[in-house]
Design a protein around this ligand. Structure first.
Ligand code: FRU
Length: 472
């Protein structure tokens, strides 16, 4: 098996061709499913279909054939959506005791027709192949931008709930309920404040339990910013009462910095451990030198913590990531001024690393981890005391930075390097940044650094990570 020199070793990439949003994230019968927006015919966006892979640990994936194909004969392609396991056979799609996996997705009729509506399809073979419901569409509001449906079972009312975005203008979300996944009743609408303009995509609505035992709901949306073409992820915290979502006044909050390539994140239904696990698309543009485009982020467990007097979503790499750890190095405590190599040429291996470090920023304006790339280029992932942010500086890209609430003591940084991508989790996951290192993909060494002053390295551990990438 040949793995291309620029293919990430533990981030999910499609074997070939284009991938964008993760879709249909659901656990069923020992398998996590990852469906994804996929062009089966090329390295650029188009012919939208659902690619498919399964895994029992969210890291070691088995690629499977395309699960939902575009339907040009019926005038549409298959855009984003979710999947549920209908254990109670509310839909009637079940057969001889087999619970159906039901995919709920956006059918997009462009360019023939300016329309998107919601369709369903079911699988009786563990999510491998799907049959379209003959009563499609199950929801149509005659709008050119409608759907990206996220569906989940809401036990208190014994209903399926759907969150769907509505319209190409200012952020707008509809909630619907259904007893059977086929018949949907409008519940309520939720609108973005005018202070945060832009079109919404890829909503997710889920409950989280705070450390004090109280429950809050998070509504996460991607926002395409008007005019400039950029896009961000925002979230609201609040309450869901079975009919409507009521956002706290402090919302919305940003989850990643503007310009971060992470997008279209969604969470899993039915994690067997009851965790809320999120995966997002890390956007790449097609390149001649690779046969695929796009990757998925490290799966993260989402939690709720009170930080600086405010409830916030935090994200930590799922515990399963520790099973990737191989060769281990520890750096003894050190005072840092300038740059100190940790691993030099030849030691850096194939370029897949986890670094867990604690820095006492001392008098340094910035401190953190250096990633040495080919041709003497350096990327940095660190903490900037002056601005109170964690950041990634990738070559030839603007800094990506997120505020970190730091109440004194060492700053905790976990940095994952996987050839062309770096993911940083700061302050036990209160701030995260993902960054692409392209085109300088070869990691030849790692170091620690402090700028304009002295910092102290309290601990630094690093692990070479297992290459789990597989080809179809
Ligand atoms: C987000 C998105 C979704 C849409 C899909 C199409 O990246 O634009 O709104 O369903 O991608 O591929």
């Amino acid at each position: 098996m040949v793995i291309e020199p620029n293919r990430p070793l533990f981030h999910f990439t499609p074997p070939i061709n284009w991938m964008n949003d993760p879709n249909g994230l659901v656990w069923h019968d020992g398998e996590y499913h990852l469906y994804y927006q996929h062009n089966p015919y090329g390295k650029a966006w188009g012919h939208m279909s659902w690619g498919h892979a399964v895994s029992d640990d969210l890291l070691r994936w088995q690629h499977l054939p395309v699960a939902l194909w575009e339907a040009p004969q019926r005038g549409y392609t298959i855009f984003s959506g979710s999947a549920v396991v209908d254990l109670r056979n509310t839909s009637g799609f079940g057969h001889q005791g087999v619970a159906p996996v039901v995919a709920i997705y956006t059918a997009d009729y462009h360019p023939g027709r300016a329309l998107e509506d919601v369709h369903i399809a079911y699988s009786l073979d563990r999510g491998r192949t799907f049959t379209e419901y003959t009563g499609n569409p199950v929801l149509r509001v005659n709008n050119p931008k409608f759907g990206d449906p996220k569906v989940f079972w809401y036990a208190p009312t014994e209903r399926w709930i759907m969150a769907a975005i509505h319209g190409p203008e200012q952020g707008w979300l509809d909630l619907y309920a259904s007893p059977n996944l086929k018949d949907w009743t409008f519940l309520s609408a939720f609108h973005a404040p005018q202070s945060v303009p832009g079109m919404w995509e890829c909503p997710d609505l889920f409950p989280l339990r705070a450390p004090d035992g109280s429950e809050r709901w998070a509504l996460k949306v991607n926002t395409v910013l008007p005019n400039q073409g950029g896009s961000v992820t925002r979230y609201f915290l609040g309450k869901f009462d079975g009919r409507a979502f009521h956002g706290d006044p402090a919302s919305p909050l940003m989850i990643y910095p503007d310009g971060d390539p992470l997008y279209a994140e969604v969470t899993y239904n039915d994690d067997p451990q009851g965790r809320r696990i999120l995966i997002g698309w890390i956007r790449q543009t097609p390149r001649d030198e690779r046969p695929w485009t796009g990757m998925q982020s490290i799966p993260r467990e989402v939690s709720l913590r009170e930080i600086g007097g405010q409830w916030r979503l935090c994200q930590s790499p799922i515990a399963e990531m520790q099973t990737l750890r191989r060769a281990h190095h520890t750096v003894s405590r050190a005072n840092l001024t300038g740059a100190a190599p940790v691993l030099t040429g030849g030691q850096a291996g194939p370029g897949a690393w986890e670094i867990a470090a604690q820095f006492d920023p001392g008098t340094a304006s910035e401190c953190g981890v250096e990633i040495h790339l080919a041709r003497n280029v350096t990327a940095r992932a660190g903490y900037a005391a002056a601005t109170g942010e964690v950041f990634v500086d990738a070559p030839e890209r603007p800094r990506l930075a997120m505020p970190l609430h730091h109440a004194g003591g060492p700053v905790e940084l976990r940095v994952f390097v996987d050839r062309g991508v770096v993911e940083l989790f700061g302050g036990e996951g209160q701030a995260t940044v993902s960054a692409l290192l392209e085109p300088e993909t070869a990691c030849v060494g790692l170091g620690a650094f402090a700028l304009h002053g002295a910092a102290r390295l309290a601990t630094l551990e690093l692990w070479e990570l297992e290459a789990v990438v597989r080809h179809a």
